[in-house]
Write a protein that binds this ligand. Structure first.
Ligand code: ASP
Length: 326
């Protein structure tokens, strides 16, 4: 039988981690090639190749690495891969997924996965997650859906997925929207229909910086007031509730918004920012009047990625079109 081609890139993370000596903490050591050899079922699904593009904890990935991985993934598709799977640490997986999704212009699926248990831990979830991710990447029903995250038998859309538990096996969820699909008895099922996608152009510059600050009770304005002087090109605020800050922060934000784009998201972990509900100083209506944009359902971290990508391709003026409001 003519099997499809599938390419896997390993970047590191818990999935690749084991302890060198008993009693030591786990560190990334297991290559993509070794991981592949531990999942013999894959050989009946596809001609799979694995490359180790990095062995890092995911906190140490950066946009430069992700751009290289993206170009590697697009090359695999040009070489005939029916889909691409990327394994990485779960700590920043939601950010990588959004980053790739904004830039992925292929019909072929790009699927990210990781593990919550390290390679030698009892009940390690890495191999099962990789196998599921490959099934999703090879499924005809995944085409033209952009980037998916597959963890613990669920499929999540890159724009909605978040790591919502620090250590539990069921660490990923898509608040409000729910998973977009499931794997059941090794079959891929989607619940949500395809949506039209428009990829952004690749950033022409990568040295610009977007700050992310979280509003907190009784916070001073020192960092906020210095954001522009420090050379930041954009600012995202993880605001209270429906996208609110203190009156003092609102005053500082008005000055900043006259110079660089400012996006206000919610720090709650679920739900959208408001647009037209509250009128007090520091409310969403006040902040919009002062020149900020509301992130809608986009979480603060993904709003920062979007703003960084838009500035990188000189499309920051179109920011409002990309923020998803109810
Ligand atoms: N705990 C993390 C993981 O799940 C570590 C990392 O993100 O690299 O892989």
């Amino acid at each position: 039988m003519d099997l499809p081609k599938l390419a896997i890139a390993a970047l590191g993370g818990t999935l690749s981690m084991q302890a060198r000596h008993a009693g030591e903490g786990v560190i990334p050591t297991i290559s993509g090639e070794t991981l592949l050899a531990s999942i013999p079922e894959l050989t009946s699904l596809a001609h799979v190749t694995a490359e180790t593009l990095g062995l890092l904890p995911s906190a140490s990935l950066n946009f430069g690495c992700l751009l290289s991985v993206l170009s590697w993934a697009k090359y695999q598709v040009r070489q005939g891969a029916a889909g691409v799977v990327i394994t990485q640490g779960t700590d920043t997986l939601e950010e990588s997924a959004a980053f790739f999704d904004y830039l992925w212009d292929c019909d072929e699926p790009l699927v990210l996965t990781g593990a919550m248990r390290s390679a030698k831990q009892a009940g390690a979830d890495g191999p099962a997650n990789v196998l599921d991710a490959c099934r999703v990447a090879l499924s005809e029903s995944s085409r033209r859906r952009g980037v998916q995250v597959v963890m613990n038998g669920q499929i999540h859309q890159a724009r909605h997925v978040r790591k919502t538990d620090s250590l539990a096996l069921q660490a990923f969820s898509s608040p409000v929207f729910g998973p977009t699909g499931l794997l059941m008895e090794n079959h891929v099922h989607y619940f949500h229909p395809l949506v039209q996608r428009h990829a952004l152009p690749l950033p022409q510059k990568t040295t610009h910086k977007v700050a992310l600050l979280e509003a907190s009770l009784s916070a001073d304005t020192l960092l906020l007031e210095n954001v522009v002087n420090l050379g930041y090109d954009g600012l995202v605020i993880a605001g209270f509730g429906a996208g609110h800050v203190s009156d003092r922060w609102a005053t500082a934000i008005e000055i900043i918004a006259g110079k660089i784009p400012v996006v206000i998201a919610t720090r709650t972990g679920s739900g959208a920012t408001a647009q037209a509900s509250y009128g007090f100083g520091g409310s969403e209506m006040d902040l919009i009047r002062k020149g900020a944009l509301m992130a809608g359902f986009l979480c603060p971290r993904k709003a920062r990625i979007l703003l960084w990508l838009l500035i990188g391709c000189q499309r920051q003026d179109e920011l409002a079109n990309y923020l998803n409001h109810p």
